[in-house]
Design a protein around this ligand. Sequence first.
Ligand SMILES: Cc1cc2nc3c(=O)[nH]c(=O)nc-3n(C[C@H](O)[C@H](O)[C@H](O)COP(=O)(O)OP(=O)(O)OC[C@H]3O[C@@H](n4cnc5c(N)ncnc54)[C@H](O)[C@@H]3O)c2cc1C
Length: 383
Amino acid sequence: MQPFYTQQQELLSNTVREFAANVVAPLAVEVDSEEKFPARQMEGLAELGLLGLSIDEAAGGGGGGYRDLMVVIEELGAVCGSTSTVYATHISLSAQTIAKFGDDGQLRRWIPDMAAGRRIGAFALTEPGTGSDALMLSTTAIRDGDDYVLNGTKHFITNAEAAEIFVVFVTHDRALRYRGISALVVERDTPGFAINPQHGKMGMRGSSTAELVFDDCRVPVANILGEEGQGYSIALKTLDSSRVSIAAQCVGLARGALDAATTYATQREAFGGPISDKQAIAFMLADMATEVDAARLMTFRAASLVDEGLPHGVESAMAKLYASEAAGRVAHKAVQIHGGTGYFRPAIVERIYRDQRVTEIYEGTSEIQRLVISRALIDAANG
Ligand SMILES: Cc1cc2nc3c(=O)[nH]c(=O)nc-3n(C[C@H](O)[C@H](O)[C@H](O)COP(=O)(O)OP(=O)(O)OC[C@H]3O[C@@H](n4cnc5c(N)ncnc54)[C@H](O)[C@@H]3O)c2cc1C
């Protein structure tokens, strides 16, 4: 257990670890091989009261903070990357955005259902024509009476096949650049809104990715989060905190790989004894454990800043950058320690090796995190 966990976090960690071992882990191979959305796992998390975690109770959420959320995401990530992605997207990208930027009526309408797991959330920023450069998004929302009329396409949207509530970023006028972007909530059955699954991912295969097509889709003006033109700022603020969830997921993936490699190294024999007796293997385990610990500490620092309401953009970018790349190095070593066994399914390290890869891409690539961190350094140096 971690010395910086509170008693409550320790209890939470034990509860989720048990749930992960009994419910999530046994289904992880099926989730991966069949690209199966982890619906049963989400139901179980709802029964544990964890689908509104970190969202204010006053807003209809389950209370608790980002540090608590990190505890849960790490435990899920250690056994099933897809489940941790689905869970993190539902809370930190979708429900949190509505809870933070919605008005009272919007909170009452959507948050209790989301916190109870009756409605799953998604977040739609990326488009075929633009990902990192979100300012260039081209899905339009033109006002017509009490509605906006949406036209355009989003892609790579996590949770889409199961989601009921979509936070969608649109532009009213591309010439206005960031001042023309808004965030709207679009409900699943809205006419003119189609969801086309995108299959064939390398990893996180159960996390259900889809294209969203808006064809003269009418969305009430009442569904706007904040005001017209605030969407770009809402997207950046959401990603600033949500990236901490990806960092926690990476801590989980790396810990899962480390645990499997440690067990394997003590059981597999070569040249007259367990391979863990060979210093080359033991030192790999030492480096892996050190990286897991460093990633967790950075993640907890960033989560603490979120909880305290302090600036956290640079720290969350650092945590995501370091934890995702550390998880890549750890997964690489874990496969190496498993030898040929680690190269075949259903070895957990084979799955983690694939699941980890996207953590360096989604919610801002590693290059974009380096951009955020270096800009802050250079701005500070320039006064
Ligand atoms: C499995 C999966 C799930 C996803 N889920 C969601 C989701 O739920 N919602 C959502 O909105 N999006 C989602 N995404 C999209 C994801 O956030 C984008 O793929 C990501 O932001 C990168 O955008 P892009 O793919 O368009 O790459 P591009 O932006 O085209 O980048 C291509 C390459 O150029 C580099 N690059 C771009 N700009 C710069 C720069 N200024 N300096 C240096 N290098 C640069 C990038 O780092 C990258 O290496 C998901 C993606 C995947 C793969």
